[in-house]
Design a protein around this ligand. Structure first.
Ligand SMILES: Nc1ncnc2c1ncn2[C@@H]1O[C@H](COP(=O)(O)OP(=O)(O)OP(=O)(O)O)[C@@H](O)[C@H]1O
Ligand SMILES: [Mg+2]
Length: 277
């Protein structure tokens, strides 16, 4: 695992803590101040509770097919999953949640995610586009944020901590899985497991898909003032060659990949709830 330079020292320990807490239902004594963030993704719905310092206290994750191309399309199922996750977090922490922050891919309608949260019985604490949430958590004032999720690769240019340009392409981890399934002549479910458990072998097969993603990102950043730093996020960046490939493709740019990357965007959304309180 690459350790990322120029990151706040607390970040990777918090991400590791989030990974450790996933679907851990063991009850704990909860502090007074807690903040909930909910990431509705193409591959998974992730709810994260943080304390007053932004450290994770509880994490619920369900692999789910309720979002396509970044947008919720299975509204009822999404609400059911969020309700179940709230119940799971409340049981662990012994407290009720009334508010949550959520997010949306830049360029999409924020009301879609907001409606899911409200239909699940919560008030909206904050709503933010995903790269701005990451930029805020990492304290990025200028740079590119590239989020390679399950269904999409999101590219955002940040200036003064805000998104000034963004684009989304429908290539993500699912395409990586399909490529592996095709190459190894196995089912999609088997390919998904293979990808997560055999990173090095999966990378050899997946590399061309990621090369296409670097092309996509380059095309989006073309015509803008060059950035010095590119931050990677999203579960698909877990494959072992991703950071190096981006560093090769963007030779003048420092490429930073906080690990475990699956939790960066959800943690950033929870931090937004804390910031709004
Ligand atoms: N260990 C791993 N190695 C490789 N890929 C992984 C690993 N763990 C998760 N992934 C991939 O990460 C993707 C999910 O990442 P993430 O949760 O960031 O996406 P999402 O937010 O649901 O999707 P999107 O942002 O496109 O809406 C899936 O395609 C999954 O296969
Ligand atoms: Mg995502």
């Amino acid at each position: 695992m690459h350790s990322a330079p120029h990151l706040p020292t607390w970040l990777e320990p918090q991400l590791a803590r989030a990974a450790l807490l996933v679907n851990d239902r063991a009850p704990v004594a909860a502090p007074d101040a807690m903040y909930l963030g909910i990431d509705l993704g193409t591959s998974d719905v992730v709810s994260v509770v943080v304390d007053a310092k932004g450290a994770p206290l509880a994490v619920a994750l369900e692999w789910a097919d309720v979002v396509r191309d970044g947008v919720v399309y299975a509204f009822y199922e999404a609400v059911q999953i969020v309700r179940a996750q709230i119940a799971q977090l409340e049981a662990k922490l012994g407290r009720r949640f009334t508010h949550a922050a959520t997010s949306f891919p830049p360029g999409t309608d924020p009301r879609i995610s907001a409606n899911v949260i409200e239909a699940a019985g919560l008030h909206l604490a904050a709503i933010i586009d995903e790269p701005s949430a990451v930029a805020s958590l990492l304290g990025i004032s200028r740079g590119a944020v590239v989020d390679i999720g399950g269904g999409t690769t999101g590219v955002a240019l940040i200036e003064n901590g805000k998104v000034v340009y963004s684009g989304d392409e429908a290539t993500g981890g699912h395409h990586v899985t399909l490529t592996i399934a095709g190459a190894l002549k196995i089912s999609i479910d088997e390919a998904e497991q293979f990808k997560r458990q055999n990173g090095e072998e999966a990378w050899d097969i997946a590399r061309p898909v990621f090369e296409k993603m670097t092309d996509i990102v380059q095309a989006h950043l073309k015509g803008h003032a060059p950035v010095k730093t590119l931050y990677l996020s999203g579960g698909s960046c877990a494959l072992p060659g991703v950071q190096h490939l981006f560093a090769e493709a963007f030779s003048e740019v420092e490429v930073i990949l906080p690990q475990p990357c699956l939790y960066l965007t959800p943690l950033a959304i929870a931090a937004t709830a804390r910031g709004a309180a």
